[in-house]
Design a protein around this ligand. Structure first.
Ligand code: ADP
Ligand code: ADP
Ligand code: MG
Length: 489
């Protein structure tokens, strides 16, 4: 493979292109009108305009992207995450055009794209699942019967759901019918598929996922876990590897289970198997994401494996160059997703221009981003602008480094989740490791950031005052000099 097209934008497009370049592979970018000056366009060896800003007219138009790949002579297409990455029709069309899809086979994307089909596929492998049903449900009476058997609270989930969308918690029987109707209509409009099912709502879970890697020669390995329990709207904001709660035995067991999930769908490439872990350390299979995950860098930091490089090698038909026993965890990594969102205002998107944008740098700091100072954050796409990743020999070291890096990260013009990252790194529950997916709900309120900012300002004022007083003492300017200076004005 001498040239690949990256069918994505932002930080992930750049991240993929960097590895391609490192491997001596030329890169082709595609871009919408809104991204014509974006860094991924400038970084690529070639770049082609594919349409208007809305993704439905650009990054989601399969025909245009495949056409660009053909005319530019790209031999492979990397889909990144989001957009077409989990679209089996796209993978099929790419392959049919004689181009390598850098990702799993169509079958795996199809099976794992539906949470119900996924549950069905792994049945023969003895994979622990969240108590619930394994078929779509429409009849509220049947739903009530099932919910009573499982026990409230329950969760109604969209089979085709993703990105934390399409989930409804139901606390009691009276609410079930109404919530179910809403869930079905939401699922239809958001995913074009109204199938919903019921799962027990695990009260205090942690989100633990396992990175897997499989080649076309039947080898499957896992690259340990990532903990992604710090979430807002069921979506991750802070991630880390390894997790503080896994013992080596549990890690091995979850790792092997994840490899079995991969085998169950003949998985090829890099994928992620997501689990919930309850208070008694029982784990349950949630879903498999058949793509590179947003938070993959923390795994790269602790294993030393470049996951994009592995994806490309697997796509070229190469055998994995390592076995499970060659892999080990070294140190600790943390990631804060820097979203253009305002934590003070319910994490709502904060649009505007990056008036100031200065990245932190230094030992153990990695910034994966796709923006530069002066750029506008387009409203058309996911509001994530960067990922701040820190590495340390210990968890404490990575947390300390994260705090330093957040302080050094200067972003003005829009609100971001950096302040929330600082809040997390300072919170006892996070530092002690005693937290679950309700971290935000249980501990976070805008007042706290306000309070921290106030304290910061008060401290800054105090420092400024003492500095001023010291300077006053130092600069005891003799009267004649002062007057002569004045005379010259
Ligand atoms: P990850 O699962 O990689 O940790 P997210 O859940 O935040 O990360 O999703 C990654 C990206 O993919 C986001 O841009 C999200 O909006 C998008 N995404 C994930 N699943 C879907 C889906 N089923 N439909 C639309 N977008 C999705
Ligand atoms: P998505 O496809 O949107 O990523 P997931 O099934 O992976 O959906 O779930 C996303 C998040 O929602 C989980 O990390 C967890 O916080 C919460 N969640 C999902 N299922 C359950 C459940 N049965 N009980 C409690 N929380 C859940
Ligand atoms: Mg998920």
């Amino acid at each position: 493979m001498k040239k690949i097209l990256v069918a994505n934008r932002g930080e992930i497009a750049l991240r993929v292109m960097r590895t391609a370049r490192k491997m001596g592979i030329a890169t082709v970018a595609v871009y919408s009108q809104a991204d014509r000056n974006a860094p991924h366009v400038r970084f690529a060896d070639e770049a082609y305009h594919i349409g208007n800003p809305p993704s439905s007219e650009s990054y989601l138009v399969m025909e245009k992207i495949i056409e660009v790949a053909k005319s530019s002579g790209a031999e492979g297409i990397h889909p990144g995450y989001g957009f077409l990455s989990e679209n089996s029709a796209f993978a099929k069309a790419v392959t049919a055009a004689g181009i390598t899809f850098i990702g799993p086979k169509t079958h795996a994307i199809e099976v794992m794209g539906s949470k119900l089909a996924a549950k069905d596929a792994v049945k023969s492998y003895d994979i622990p699942m969240v108590p619930g049903i394994d078929h779509a449900i429409e009849d509220p009476k049947e739903a009530i019967k099932i919910a009573k058997e499982i026990g409230f609270p329950i969760l109604i989930k969209a089979s085709a759901g993703g990105g934390g969308k399409g989930m409804r918690v139901v606390e009691k029987e009276e609410e079930l019918e109404d919530q179910m109707k809403r869930a079905i209509s939401e699922a239809k409009s958001a995913f074009g598929d109204g199938s919903v099912f019921i799962e027990k709502y695990i009260a205090s879970p942690r989100h633990i996922e396992i990175q897997v890697l499989a080649d076309t020669h039947g080898n499957v390995v896992h690259l340990f876990e990532r903990e992604c329990s710090v979430q807002r709207r069921h979506q991750k904001v802070v991630e880390e590897a390894p997790s503080v709660v896994l013992t080596p035995e549990l890690r091995e067991k979850m790792g092997q289970t994840a490899c079995d999930v991969a085998r169950a769908c003949d998985y090829v490439g890099a994928g992620t198997v997501e689990f919930l872990l309850d208070e008694n350390l029982n784990f349950y299979f949630l879903e498999m994401n058949t793509r590179l995950q947003v938070e993959h860098p923390v795994t790269e930091m602790i294993t030393g494996v470049d996951l994009v490089e592995q994806q490309i090698k697997v796509a070229r038909g190469e055998k994995l160059s390592f076995q499970q026993s060659d892999l080990s965890i070294s140190g600790h990594a943390l990631e804060v997703r820097v979203y253009a969102e305002d934590p003070m205002n319910n994490f709502l998107p904060s649009i505007g221009t990056l008036e100031t944008y200065q990245r932190p740098s230094g030992e153990g700091i990695r910034v994966d981003d796709g923006f530069e100072e002066g750029m506008e954050i387009p409203i058309y796409y996911d509001p994530m602008i960067a990922k701040l990743i820190t590495y340390g020999k210990t968890r404490n070291e990575s947390i300390l480094r994260m705090k330093e890096a957040i302080k050094a990260y200067k972003i003005e013009g829009i609100a971001t989740t950096l302040d929330f990252g600082m809040f997390t790194c300072n919170h006892d529950a996070f530092v002690s490791g005693k937290f679950d997916t309700h971290f935000v709900k249980n501990y976070f309120s805008p007042d706290q950031i306000n309070q921290e900012n106030k304290e910061k300002k008060a401290l800054a004022a105090k420092l400024a005052l003492s500095y001023y007083l010291k300077e006053q003492q130092k600069v005891k300017i003799p009267t004649p000099l002062t007057s002569s200076w004045k005379d010259h004005q």
